[in-house]
Write a protein of this length. Structure first.
Ligand code: NAD
Ligand code: TYD
Length: 338
């Protein structure tokens, strides 16, 4: 079995590659453009693994992708590659359309010309838009209408629609998963949880958007990897699977949990200008993947956040290398005077 994992040098993709190489004797090829979010340090532990190969490239480069698929003849393609940060999509939507939509299209066309038996699109619950905060009994199911709010989620929703159209029109062997917010090792510092851990460790302000009441449904990254593993092996072609483990938390509660764990004062919290179009609440109904594929989460939020904070404590050079580079300019642009 040979699998091409796109975006495998990013947060979830690298966790997935480590998970798969440990569990199976499959050949895994990581294809990654190494944007600001891609980091070969995430894959340092498997670079010499005989079953692993890294290839530097762009999913939206048609000729390159066609040649790669012709040479490698993969059985499965799993598409993690994306521009993934909502705030960046508000600053500059264009690259999101290029990578997330055109890139997905180019991958699928190359699959159709090749030997690929399964294309899996890693999508997000953000394609459903948001839920009200005051109706906790409402959840996203696979039949919730697509209603994205940000350029990021609109680009992911567009890619999903394209994948579904390829399945219907060409009998294209695709599956889609829509997961809630992930957290864990190798999470890029621009995202809420790592940003707050790192700022707290550096005794810097913790910038909470608006009043911090927005709710996210947090899933430990290894539980996401386990779900994708089940879908590529047992998921039904043409189907969408939602992934989430009922770990809803308001942002302010997440931030307070992190501060408490690190023994830092709540006076570090700084409420800043809200994100435009900020989604209120995400919450997944995981019944379909649980009933059909037997998926359950292994790690609840309490354990997962402790593991994650410990990882950031043990891997300071990993995040210090990032925050001392180009990230400084990004941080200044997004947060100075906010
Ligand atoms: P990430 O930003 O950490 O990593 C993205 C990776 O894709 C990087 O390694 C980057 O270099 C690579 N990449 C970007 N553009 C590329 C291109 N044109 N060609 C090849 N590689 C390219 O993202 P992540 O958080 O690991 O998310 C992975 C996937 O999971 C994305 O598709 C995202 O939409 C989806 N997702 C993320 C979450 C989350 O909470 N992070 C939740 C649900 C779904
Ligand atoms: P984020 O990690 O960017 O994920 P997403 O927007 O895809 O859910 O943000 C998670 C939540 O945290 C979201 O409600 C925005 C909020 N947030 C802050 O309050 N401050 C921050 O500095 C960041 C990055 C996010």
């Amino acid at each position: 079995m040979k699998i091409i994992v796109t975006g495998g040098a990013g947060f979830i993709g690298s966790n997935f590659i480590l998970y798969m190489l440990e569990k199976y004797d499959y050949k895994i090829i990581c294809l990654d453009k190494l944007t600001y979010a891609g980091n070969l340090e995430n894959l340092a532990g498997v670079m010499n693994n005989k079953n692993f190969k890294f290839i530097h490239g762009d999913i939206s480069d048609k000729i390159f992708i066609e040649n790669l698929f012709e040479n490698e003849k993969p059985d499965i393609v799993i598409n993690f590659a994306a521009e993934s940060h909502v705030d960046r999509s508000i600053e500059n939507p264009n690259i999101f359309l290029q990578t997330n939509i055109i890139g997905t299209n180019i991958l699928m066309d190359a699959c159709r010309k090749s030997t690929v038996k399964r294309f899996h699109q890693v999508s997000t619950d953000e394609v459903y838009g948001d839920l009200p905060i005051d109706k906790p009994d409402l959840f996203f199911t696979e039949s919730t209408p697509i209603n994205p709010s940000s350029p990021y989620s609109a680009s992911k929703a567009s890619a999903d629609l394209l994948v579904q159209s390829y399945h219907r029109t060409f009998n294209f062997p695709a599956t889609i998963s829509r997961c809630s917010n992930n957290y864990g090792a190798f999470h890029f510092p621009e995202k809420l949880i790592p940003l707050m851990i790192i700022n707290a460790l550096n005794n810097k302000d913790l910038p909470v958007y608006g009043e911090g009441k927005n709710i996210r449904d947090w899933l430990y990254v290894k539980d996401h990897c386990k779900a994708i593993d089940l879908i590529i092996h047992n998921g039904k072609i043409g189907e969408v699977y939602n992934i989430g483990g009922h770990n809803e938390k308001s942002n302010i509660d997440v931030v307070k949990i992190i501060l408490k764990y690190l023994g830092k004062p709540e006076s570090l919290i700084k409420f800043v200008k809200d994100r435009p179009g900020h989604d209120l609440r995400y919450a997944i109904d995981p019944n379909k993947i649980s009933n059909e594929l037997g998926w359950i989460q292994d790690t609840n939020f309490e354990t997962g956040i402790a593991n994650t904070i410990e990882w950031y404590l043990k891997n300071k050079s990993w995040w210090q290398n990032i925050i001392n580079g180009e990230y400084k300019n990004y941080y200044a642009k997004m947060y100075n005077g906010r």
